[in-house]
Design a protein. Structure first.
Length: 259
C-alpha cells in the first residue's frame, strides 16, 4: 500500500518491462532536478574511471542506457539496451557481448549489474572483450542494515542477500533482479570472484549515498527534495562516510582487466 501511495504518477500502472516505462523514466530523470543531479554525479565518477586512449585502446560501452543521459556527457560512448527504446545505439545482451576480444576500454553501468540474470556469464564476457587495462565501472545498490530496510520495504525490485547463486530467473529485463547481487559477488563471495575471474581485479569499492537517492524519490517514486538541496545533502553524506558499512545504499565499483 505504501509503495502504491508513493509511486510516481507517470509510471503508476505501467509494467516495469514495458518499454514505455523506460521512456517515462527518461522524462522523470530530466524533470526531477534533484534526481538529475544524482545521475550527473554518478556519471562524473564513471567518466573519470575510463582509461585514457593513451593508457588503453578501444571503445566505451554503456550497458542498460535506458532513460539515462550519459551520452550527453560522454558522446563517444555506445549506448545499449536489451529492448528497443529512444536514444539507444544498439541492442546488447550483457551475457553475450557482440564485440571482439580486447576491443573495449570501458563498460559503464548504472543500476544494471543486479538485473543481469547470470552475473558469471557477464563477467566472463567482460574479461574477454576488455582490452588490457580496461575497466568495468558501475554504480549499484549495496547491502547494509539501512539499505535492506529501504530496499525490502519501499523498492519494487527483489533484494535477497541470502541468495545462494549469482543468477535468478530471467523474468524480464527490469522486473528480474536481485538488488543484493553486487554485494554477494564482490563482498560475500569475493574469494569465488577472485578465483573464477583472475583477469578482473576489484580496483575500487566505495560505499556512498545513504540518503540522496532516497531524497530524490528515484525513478519510481514522487520527488521529496528540491534540486537546490542536493549539494547540502551531499555535504551531510560525506560526513557519514565512516559509517558506510551500516548506512550506504549504493556502491561505486570498478573492475580492472589485467595486462
Amino acid at each position: 500500500m505504501l509503495k502504491n501511495l508513493l509511486a510516481h504518477p507517470h509510471t503508476r500502472g505501467f509494467a516495469p518491462d514495458d518499454p514505455r516505462t523506460t521512456e517515462l523514466r527518461r522524462k522523470i530523470i530530466r524533470e526531477k532536478k534533484f534526481l538529475r543531479k544524482v545521475y550527473a554525479a554518478w556519471y562524473g565518477t564513471l567518466i573519470a574511471a575510463v582509461p585514457t586512449a593513451a593508457v588503453c585502446s578501444g571503445r566505451v560501452l554503456e550497458l542498460g542506457s535506458g532513460g539515462g543521459f550519459l551520452k550527453e556527457l560522454l558522446p563517444e560512448c555506445i549506448t545499449s539496451e536489451v529492448f528497443l527504446c529512444e536514444g539507444v545505439d544498439m541492442l546488447v545482451d550483457a551475457r553475450a557481448l557482440p564485440f571482439a576480444d580486447g576491443s573495449l576500454r570501458a563498460i559503464l553501468m548504472v543500476d544494471v549489474f543486479h538485473h543481469i540474470p547470470d552475473a558469471a556469464a557477464f563477467l566472463r564476457e567482460a574479461e574477454r572483450v576488455l582490452a588490457p587495462g580496461g575497466v568495468v565501472a558501475m554504480w549499484e545498490p549495496w547491502n547494509t542494515p539501512w539499505s535492506r530496510c529501504i530496499y525490502k520495504n519501499l523498492h519494487p525490485e527483489p533484494f535477497d542477500p541470502g541468495a545462494a547463486d549469482w543468477s535468478f530467473p530471467a523474468s524480464g529485463p527490469l522486473s528480474g533482479a536481485n538488488g543484493a547481487l553486487p554485494w554477494i559477488v564482490f563482498e560475500r563471495d569475493k574469494a569465488r570472484f577472485d578465483r573464477n575471474f583472475p583477469g578482473l581485479k576489484l580496483h575500487t569499492l566505495r560505499l556512498d549515498y545513504p540518503c540522496s537517492y532516497l531524497a530524490s524519490g528515484g525513478v519510481s517514486m514522487r520527488a521529496s527534495a528540491p534540486g537546490c538541496l542536493f549539494s547540502f545533502i551531499r555535504m551531510l553524506e560525506r560526513g557519514l562516510f565512516p559509517f558506510g558499512k551500516q548506512l550506504a545504499m549504493f556502491a561505486f565499483i570498478v573492475l580492472r582487466r589485467g595486462r
